[in-house]
Design a binder for this molecule. Structure first.
Ligand SMILES: Nc1ncnc2c1ncn2[C@@H]1O[C@H](COP(=O)(O)OP(=O)(O)OP(=O)(O)O)[C@@H](O)[C@H]1O
Length: 253
């Protein structure tokens, strides 16, 4: 569980973000929503310790984030940044294996974990390919696989933070990636937090959402409750309709 209390962040005198009370709980897939510049990536950087709050506190499993050792934190909290790149001529499999760094695991277990995670992220066929020759979407899945390897030996519920994880994925991969995230939450007790711009993916795959606007939390709750034609018009400046499909799913059209 990741718990944010009275969180404040500014750069010099410029206000950037304020979130009074928010949590990411095991078993939930939570979307962070908002327009460009709303503060979503900054929020994720604070949650993973890349930025330090100017006020308030963030607790991972009850302990302040800054009190965790870097190694222990890496075993319980993983982040897929918006853009990752490597210039080494590593193979895809070697990049995924970088996720083993904080783990104490024997060679045989390590190989098993890397292969299983590469299958789950639809990367198995890329294993021997040099990383620089992968497409943008393939690289994004390789980095997701690396983070999942990193979390594979967590003793407490792992927290998986994803910054626009589907941005480089084709339609099928977008859904498969979020289905994988839902499965990790449901079956392995992960707390998943994903910045998403696609409101239909949000409605279909997430259980909760935090809506940020100009650095402030304007709504939290189930996406079906938070999103409405009115809120989309007000915050995104787009006249959309929310409709039910034949199978009862809510979609933005
Ligand atoms: N390194 C930085 N230095 C100064 N200001 C920054 C920096 N990074 C972000 N900001 C500012 O902080 C605010 C929030 O930025 P952030 O990247 O968190 O937005 P976002 O919601 O993730 O946007 P997007 O959807 O475009 O990725 C913006 O006003 C942005 O200009």
């Amino acid at each position: 569980m990741l718990h944010v209390h009275d969180l404040k962040f500014s750069r010099g005198r410029e206000f950037i973000l304020q979130v009074a009370d928010w949590r990411a709980s095991p078993g939930h897939v939570q979307a962070v929503l908002g327009t460009n510049g709303a503060g979503k990536s900054t929020f994720l950087k604070l949650l993973c310790g890349e930025e330090a709050p100017t006020g308030g506190d963030i607790r991972l499993h009850g302990q302040r984030l800054q009190d965790w050792s870097a190694l222990e934190r890496a075993r319980h909290l993983g982040v897929l940044p918006q853009a990752s790149s490597l210039s080494f001529a590593f193979s895809a499999e070697e990049v995924v294996s970088l996720g083993l760094t904080p783990l104490n695991t024997g060679w045989r277990n390590a190989q098993h974990t890397v292969r299983a995670v590469m299958r789950a992220t639809d990367c198995a066929h890329l294993a021997k390919k040099p990383y620089p020759r992968l497409s943008g979407g393939e690289r994004q899945r390789i980095h997701l696989a690396r983070v999942l390897v990193q979390l594979s030996q967590a003793e407490h519920a792992p927290v998986l933070l994803l910054d626009e994880p589907t941005s480089a994925q084709d339609l099928g991969q977008q859904h498969r990636m979020l289905e994988l995230a839902s499965g990790l939450a449901r079956e392995h007790n992960y707390a998943v937090v994903a910045i998403l711009h696609d409101l239909n993916l949000t409605l279909r795959h997430t259980t909760h959402c935090l809506h940020l606007d100009a650095g402030r939390s304007v709504a939290q709750g189930a996406p079906q409750e938070v999103l409405s034609s009115d809120s989309i018009a007000k915050y995104w400046g787009y006249n959309a309709q929310l409709m039910r499909t034949a199978d009862g799913a809510l979609v933005v059209a």
